[in-house]
Design a binder for this molecule. Structure first.
Ligand code: HEM
Ligand SMILES: [Ca+2]
Ligand SMILES: [Ca+2]
Length: 262
């Protein structure tokens, strides 16, 4: 596509196996750890939504800068080391050719596919995965948020029994108790029933600007897949580095100059 400088099948000549290797690795990892697929999807949002799909998300902190991974925005993000496994597999075949941004975006696509051969729309992503209690307790203590569905509250209280949870503790509630492993429109059914865990989820269902869409999503799986896949495609094309911009990192967590300094 001309405007963004992106093309399909970019590695056709330089590394024809690239997409296949990524797909195989994602599948393999998904077999061993189902939650990797959620991570690839969340990566796409966190890397692309802010400024650019440039794999900035994957960089480690340096002496001078603190990494995106370590900010509160990235709270709970996991499985970065498995992304490195995908990169290594690609490097073994074609050293120095395939960018970390492309690996990030392609793994998200393939992850969505593994995740039930299905796709959806922004924030419908909270149809899978988990939220840690630290992010929820303000809706439970000292008083239960009256906006929460009373049928959902006992479960949340059981999982998050501690009003001041240790942020390192692995206490969490599944984002979608109905179909926790499946990326589907059940998220929209949940938020209409006031079972959304986060305030953003709740607001999506109750803001008059978004509520009509939430209702459509909840009603039709097809409508949801159509719109989610479009949103994911748009997100994945956000302001990428093309041509001579950027570099092909050897390791996705380090800029190349730092590799040679170490
Ligand atoms: C403004 C909008 C959003 C906010 C404030 C938000 C916030 C959060 C928070 C707090 C968690 C829980 C983290 C934890 O406790 O472990 C979470 C999980 C998650 N988010 Fe979002 N999110 C937003 C939009 C999105 C979007 C657009 C996507 C994907 C396209 C996404 C994908 C995910 C996934 C897949 C998880 C589960 C991760 C896991 O289980 O490892 N989120 N989000
Ligand atoms: Ca970025
Ligand atoms: Ca689901």
């Amino acid at each position: 596509k001309a405007p963004s400088g992106l093309v399909m099948d970019f590695y056709k000549e330089s590394c024809p196996q690239a997409e296949e290797i990524i797909r195989e690795q994602v599948k393999l990892l998904y077999k061993r750890h189902k939650n990797t697929a959620f991570s690839w999807l969340r990566n796409l949002f966190h890397d692309c939504a802010v400024e650019s799909c440039d794999a900035s998300l994957l960089l480690d902190s340096t002496k001078k800068t603190i990494s995106e991974k370590e900010t509160d925005r990235s709270f709970g993000m996991r499985n970065f080391r498995y992304l490195e496994d995908i990169k290594d597999a690609v490097e073994r075949e074609c050293p120095g050719v395939v960018s970390c941004s492309d690996i990030l975006v392609l793994s998200a696509r393939d992850g969505i596919v593994s995740n039930g051969k299905e796709v959806e729309r922004r924030k419908g992503a909270h149809s899978v995965g988990r939220t840690h209690c630290v992010k929820l307790v303000h809706r439970l203590y000292p008083e239960v948020d009256p906006a929460l569905n009373p049928d959902h509250v006992p479960h949340m209280l059981k999982k998050c029994y501690d009003p001041l949870p240790d942020p390192k503790a692995v206490q969490y509630v599944r984002n979608d108790r109905g179909t926790p492993m499946k990326l589907d429109n059940n998220y929209y059914v949940n938020i209409l029933e006031n079972k959304g865990l986060l305030m953003v989820d709740h607001e999506l269902a109750h803001d008059p600007r978004t509520r009509p869409y939430v209702k459509k999503m909840a009603k039709s799986q097809d409508y949801f897949f159509q719109h989610f896949s479009r949103a994911i495609a748009l997100l994945s094309e956000n302001n990428p580095l093309t041509g001579e911009q950027g570099e092909i990192r050897r390791h996705c967590n380090l800029a190349n100059k730092r590799v040679s300094e170490d």
